[in-house]
Design a protein around this ligand. Structure first.
Ligand code: ATP
Ligand code: MG
Length: 413
């Protein structure tokens, strides 16, 4: 991608209302623009990052047998009235058509996926069934001042599963938990698995995947010796006390952002919609249902909160918008030659071919945060200058070696 005549335009001035690091840096780097509080436009760079996050999660969902679908965002009120959500869910956006009919904007999709599964599931042979989508949600959130951390329109991966038995559900639940941990590792985030109550869904225990960050809205207590972690909201233990699990470590308090969660929905929704399956004897039963959310746009925010310095973002390589940022200071033929060579090698390259001062290009590259930078200047002659975003030193190497290094770096993905 050439930067000249593109919609990749980093800006120096911090945006108005950019109270959190992710909001400020994502706007300055040219990833997103705010339309209004909690609603964002994704520019080409932002969409590339979001796509990579989606892809990491999608791959794990497919591996455990999830089937991707796409459900509507505009819902008939009837579905929400069936479950009680129409009156009980305060964040639900409701609208009326010109003929006076009531509709809701999807704030979650249990109300749509359950009647769909009722069409698909007939007998025990059709179970388990796991459907997911990566799609937008609308919620009338009161606090949407934390950039992409809390949107009124945001994207989520939501997986729903249906099982013949509690045992089968629990087996799948563990698989999802492991799939989540794999995906977290891939995007270089350390998730703490936190026990929490099932919120509005059920009285059962659920798990939240928390990433510690001062921008987060949750308080957690975590053990410094084992993996025990609990949401402070419901905790019976206190900061500083001995870990109830390993009885060795101490509990530390931290601010965290909930990036994902998994719930045992029991039979609430299947009962509401009359979803039954027949067993081998032809007897009808309600299946057990689980739901598994992951905020993709919130992940983008958390990544920025975790990986930045005072100059801009430093993307983990699995989600970087491009593999390489090629900075051409001379705007001579050498830049184009290297650009074409990298593209031929299937390396994703952002080429700063603009007629701007070197200082401006470097500052913009720092804001954008691509992990590898190749600089072409008078001093590099037929070679290139190799620099990592998080390092201050650089070295001059030949083009073939730079290609080898890039491939090595990204092949580990
Ligand atoms: P929170 O407690 O932060 O409001 P939630 O419990 O309402 O989250 P779910 O409804 O279970 O979250 O949604 C699943 C995931 O979607 C969350 O773990 C989070 O990553 C993401 N998410 C939820 N609400 C928002 C929002 N307003 N903006 C961005 N992401 C969100
Ligand atoms: Mg919420």
């Amino acid at each position: 991608m050439k930067m000249t005549n593109s919609a990749i335009i980093p800006i120096r001035k911090p945006p108005k209302g950019g109270e959190t690091v992710n909001h400020r840096l994502l706007v300055q780097g040219g990833f997103v623009r705010q339309l209004m509080a909690g609603v964002y436009i994704y520019l080409p760079l932002g969409l590339r990052v979001l796509d990579k996050i989606r892809q990491v999660i999608r791959a794990e969902m497919n591996t455990i047998g999830g089937q991707e679908i796409l459900m509507p965002l505009l819902h008939p009120a009837k579905n929400w009235k069936t479950t009680g959500g129409w009156d009980n869910i305060d964040v639900l956006f409701k609208l009326k058509s010109r003929t006076g009919k009531d509709f809701a904007l999807g704030q979650s999709h249990e109300e749509i996926v359950t009647p769909l599964a009722k069409e698909l599931i007939r007998s025990y042979r059709d179970l388990p069934l796991a459907l997911y989508q990566i799609h937008w949600k609308f919620r009338d959130e009161l606090r949407s001042k934390s950039g992409l951390l809390r949107g009124r329109e945001f994207e989520m991966k939501d997986l729903y599963s249906f099982h013949a038995s509690q045992r089968d559900f629990e087996k799948f639940y563990k698989e999802v938990k492991n799939a989540y941990l794999k995906a977290f590792k891939k995007v270089e985030l350390e998730a703490k698995v936190t026990e929490a109550s099932g919120g509005g869904f059920s009285e059962k225990i659920s798990y939240e995947f928390m990433v510690t960050t001062d921008a987060g809205e949750d308080d957690i207590l975590y053990c410094d010796a084992c993996e025990f972690c609990i949401n402070l909201e419901i905790a019976k233990v206190k900061a500083g006390s001995t870990c109830p699990k390993c009885t060795q470590g101490k509990l530390n308090k931290a601010k965290a952002a909930e990036v994902g969660n998994i719930f045992d929905l029991g039979q609430k929704y299947v009962k509401d919609f009359g979803l039954e399956y027949r067993d081998e004897q032809g007897k009808a039963h309600y299946p057990i249902m689980g739901c598994y959310g992951w905020g993709t746009t919130r992940t983008m925010a958390v990544l920025v909160e975790k990986f930045h310095d005072d100059k801009g973002i430093i993307w983990p390589k699995s989600v970087s918008p491009y593999h390489v940022h090629l900075i051409d200071i001379n705007q001579g033929q050498q830049g184009e030659l290297i650009y074409n060579r990298l593209q031929n090698e299937n390396i994703e390259v952002l080429w700063d071919d603009r007629s701007k001062a070197a200082g401006v290009k470097f500052a913009d590259a720092d804001l954008i945060g691509i992990p590898v930078r190749l600089i072409v200047s008078e001093k590099t002659k037929t070679n290139v200058e190799w620099k990592r975003r998080m390092e201050t030193t650089s070295e001059i190497i030949d083009i073939s070696s730079s290609i080898d290094r890039i491939k090595q770096l990204y092949n580990q993905l």
